[in-house]
Design a protein around this ligand. Sequence first.
Ligand code: PAF
Length: 290
Amino acid sequence: MTRLKAIEIVRNRADLRRAIAALRANGASIAFVPTMGALHDGHLSLVKTGLEKADHVVASIFVNPTQFAPGEDFEAYPRNEDADLKKLESSGCRLVYMPTEEEMYPAGSLTNVRVEDMSDLLDGVYRPHFFYGVATVVARLFIHVQPDIAVFGEKDYQQLQIIRRMVHDLGFAIDVVGAPTVRDPDGLAQSSRNAYLSTEQRRQAGALFAALHRASQRIAAGTDPQTALSEARGHVLVSGFDKLDYIELVDPATLKAQLDASTGPARLLGAAWMGKTRLIDNLACERPTE
Ligand code: PAF
């Protein structure tokens, strides 16, 4: 175990168990914030949400190899342990779990978690391995940490809904809390991958949010979703993005496309490429009642 001033760092399950037992003394509750490091204000807002809902926040930092396909940015994924630990400490997190790969995936490990169907839509079409890797690592982290609450960002909305489904289906006694996306002044959702953008790309990257925002307003005002979505797709492609994977309107619970005259809450999700950087974003969308 390592201690900074007010934060403890553990790298294996035995130390984690001891540290969690100490935090839980006198019946204190624990909120868990799983991360892959490269922390920004969005992550720190998850810690803040955790502290509002539980006595202590435990975070993890683990760049999970099973959610990267060969050729994706696993090796290049930004890693900055010292800066991450300082940020966690100053945001009030008490304990950080930084497991080794062997701790998360013991040699010969054969067990995976698959949230079928929801993992194959939207981002799952373009990154077919991704949500299977996420569900597997999050299930393992939940078993290691055994929190009362787990906080995930709405920025990764499909991930959040898949984790909710997994928790429901497997009966984890964990309350999954979604925290609002933290945005830069131009609307760009904060993401560790924004660090890959050049100055010029960063200047244009707010266009994804702008397109989703306009589509959400148009749909709320009664525009046919197909029309609003095709305007949004066109807007992204003339605003500096090189390729659009999708912009879709979906049912929040099932993530299935909603293009008919359904009413009530829906979610707009989009993914687009700027050079080699893939950005995702999403927004709530209220459809008119009539
Ligand atoms: O959102 C992330 O950073 C990751 O997908 C998560 C939830 C930490 C699992 O590796």
